[in-house]
Design a protein around this ligand. Structure first.
Ligand code: NAD
Length: 390
């Protein structure tokens, strides 16, 4: 056994994807890594998008370095979004990269990183029901920010009040808000919309969400069609065509009476389900607002949403489809993310070095590539010629 005298160097990369303003570590998160024997390097300008100047990292004991130095010197590179092609080409053998790498959506990137001998560790692969992993759950922390921000966007887009207001100039009725998908984002959206005084309804295909929604003051929309689409790991499974059709007919009715609809429904690794059809939008009143949190390259929850854009329909409904809500609240989301990523990394550091113990559930689930190979089974399957996502 060899003992490295040099401390492990943990590098914080500057995000380069358009619109990505988050940063993987905030200065407040450096202390624990340093206490575990790591030296922190920060790529110059890494915190700029989140209004964190380089000097704040220096004050916290980090070394601010150039892009070349960061990739050349770091043993572990911390980031938010998966590396771009250019960034991937800078990663080298023996180096580890940690971030929200989306291995199931981009297995090819994992294949390339494996070829380069890079150890890819993905925060979105942590076992979320494991209580020890909750501090590492970046999907939850970021969905929380998203759910909150989606409601604020809806409230500012909607041309009326959210709360019931009685004034000398008359009474304003409270807004009727429907939240579709009651996961982490949906629950935060319910709470936020309730705090703004809206009348909130919510719907999900996992029956256990009813109680959760009601405890936050929302009315659960109960459809006559009984659907229990509880899938593995607490996620929803994809509905059958039959289930989809009966769900849609009933949902359309509920949607028509709403002032605001916020959609958050996802099925891991799949195209998001369409819950708000063009016909449903047509039935909404002018001035109504839809915020589609699921909109992305694979589509969204609303048939008419365009990822990254705001669309106004001929009948006066505004459909907002923000692609990266957490990045629009970069300081807040980065502070949470930094906790998540440092908790994950700290769990893998021993005596100041990265020590991967594959008997550990978190390590086994999150290490996607290692020693030149893709080792995560779900990703291996996607890379097999016969496999492939539907
Ligand atoms: P998600 O982002 O994958 O999906 C959001 C919601 O959309 C889910 O509630 C899902 O049921 C719902 N949905 C999917 N298809 C739908 C459809 N056709 N119609 C209506 N709704 C639909 O979910 P998430 O927020 O990441 O949470 C997933 C699960 O993980 C939840 O069970 C959550 O409680 C669980 N979780 C557990 C822990 C923990 O135990 N520590 C931590 C975080 C999340």
């Amino acid at each position: 056994m060899t003992h490295k005298v040099m401390p492990m160097k943990v590098g914080v990369a500057r995000e380069t994807v358009a619109g990505e303003r988050r940063v993987a570590l905030v200065p407040e998160a450096l202390g624990k890594l340093q206490a575990a024997g790591c030296e922190v390097l920060v790529e110059t300008g890494a915190g700029a998008g989140a209004a964190i100047p380089d000097q704040a990292y220096v004050d916290a004991g980090a070394k601010v370095v150039s892009t070349d130095e960061l990739y050349a010197q770091s043993d572990v590179v911390l980031r938010v979004a998966k590396p771009t092609a250019e960034e991937s080409s800078r990663l080298r053998k023996g180096q580890a990269v940690v971030g929200l790498l989306q291995p199931l959506l981009d297995p090819q990137l994992m294949g390339k990183l494996a070829e380069r001998g890079v150890t890819a560790i993905s925060l979105d692969a942590i076992p979320r029901t494991l209580s020890r992993a909750q501090t590492m759950d970046a999907l939850s922390s970021q969905a929380n920010v998203g759910g909150y921000k989606a409601v604020l966007i809806a409230a500012t887009t909607y041309g009326r009040y959210f709360p019931l207001l009685t004034t000398a100039a008359g009474t304003a009725k409270p807004a009727n808000v429907l939240i579709l998908g009651i996961g982490v984002a949906g629950l935060q959206a319910i709470g936020t919309a309730r705090r703004l005084g809206a009348v909130v309804s919510a719907y999900d295909v996992r029956p256990e969400t009813r109680e959760q929604a009601e405890s936050l003051g929302a009315k659960f929309v109960k459809l006559k069609t009984q659907i229990d689409a509880t899938g593995a790991g607490g996620y929803a499974r994809e509905l059958t065509a039959e289930e989809r059709a009966s769900q849609q007919a009933e949902l359309n009715e509920a949607i028509g009476g709403m002032d605001v609809v916020i959609t958050t429904a996802q099925v891991p690794g799949r195209k998001p389900p369409v819950l708000v059809t063009a016909a449903a939008v047509e039935k909404m009143k002018p001035g109504s607002v839809i915020v589609d949190m699921a909109a992305g390259p694979l589509g969204g929850n609303c048939e008419l949403s365009k990822a990254g854009e705001t669309v106004e329909t001929p009948n006066g409904v505004t459909i907002v489809a923000p692609e990266n809500l957490p990045a629009s609240m970069p300081a807040g989301s980065s502070a949470f993310y930094a906790r998540n990523i440092s908790a994950l990394v700290l769990g893998m550091v021993k005596d100041g070095n990265l020590n991967l113990d594959f008997a550990d559930e978190v390590t086994k689930a999150t290490v996607i590539t290692h020693d030149g190979a893709v080792i995560a089974e779900p990703v291996q399957k996607l890379l097999q010629p016969a496999g492939g996502a539907a």
